[in-house]
Design a protein. Structure first.
Length: 267
């Protein structure tokens, strides 16, 4: 299962299916199902190289986890919503479900790479296989999937795996799950094994902080400064989070993620 976006095999679904509102992340309002003004006939963005400078940072951060090409090429077998407009609504609805399923697959795949127990590994593999089967459904069946129920089950499993992995640090690890840490200074903080799931770290200063085995699932790190920080072994860190944050060439990253281009341009 390919969990990396391949825009060349997608019919621009992220540029038309979701809605967005004028904000710090988007330069204008766009309702769901309406193509973005920058989407070209060949399903390419005419400002892709300058999304951030043109006020479309939300697009630069967005990741479909490969759901776009799955819906375009597998679910609808290459059907084009532009030339077959009667399918458009169904395509967009399928994409909304598929994107969530692919995100769950990404987290489960990450969990399977962690040093957890054989029992938890078995559960994670079973969950991944189950969700992967859901992604192979036809469009009519796909849109009936109760994604929320699967998300709750997977989240409970990911929490258990995180706790098992972080237990090697000891009981004194910081627990700030869901905490409001907006704009706080955590420069050079030892956050080894910390629970930062869902924490609000918007604009926080984590320069030179150590986040080894810190669980950052769903943490909001928009404009968080990770310059010279150690994220190499952080748990469940996504490319989307990195794209939303700040950092530099000295930030240590997992080998599975890429250093955002705007980090280098900002220095």
């Amino acid at each position: 299962m390919d969990l990396a976006a391949d825009c060349a095999r997608c019919t621009g679904l992220c540029c038309v299916a979701p809605a967005f509102s004028a904000s710090a992340d988007f330069g204008f309002d766009k309702p769901a199902g309406r193509p973005c003004r920058h989407l070209q006939p060949a399903f390419r963005c005419d400002i892709h190289a300058r999304l951030r400078s043109d006020g479309m940072r939300g697009c630069a951060v967005y990741d479909c986890f490969g759901a776009g090409q799955q819906v375009s090429q597998v679910t609808f077998a290459g059907a084009d919503w532009r030339t077959m407009p009667h399918l458009a609504g169904q395509v967009f609805e399928a994409f909304a479900v598929m994107r969530q399923l692919h995100e769950l697959l990404w987290y489960l795949t990450a969990a399977l790479a962690m040093p957890t127990s054989s029992a938890l590994r078995y559960e994670a593999r079973l969950a991944r296989d189950t969700i992967e089967q859901l992604t192979q459904r036809d469009a009519d069946s796909l849109v009936t999937v109760d994604v929320g129920a699967y998300r709750n089950e997977v989240n409970a499993l990911l929490v258990a795996i995180s706790e098992h992995v972080r237990a090697t640090i000891g009981p004194a690890a910081l627990d700030r799950r869901g905490a409001d840490l907006i704009g706080v200074s955590l420069r050079a903080a030892d956050l080894t094994g910390a629970n930062l799931r869902g924490a609000l770290l918007i604009g926080a200063d984590l320069t030179s902080a150590d986040l080894t085995l810190a669980d950052v699932t769903g943490a909001d790190v928009r404009d968080t400064d990770f310059s010279r920080a150690n994220l190499a072994d952080s748990l469940f860190l996504t490319q989307t989070q990195l794209e939303a944050a700040k950092g530099d060439i000295h930030t240590r990253l997992p080998v599975t993620l890429d250093r955002p281009r705007h980090w280098e341009l900002a220095r």
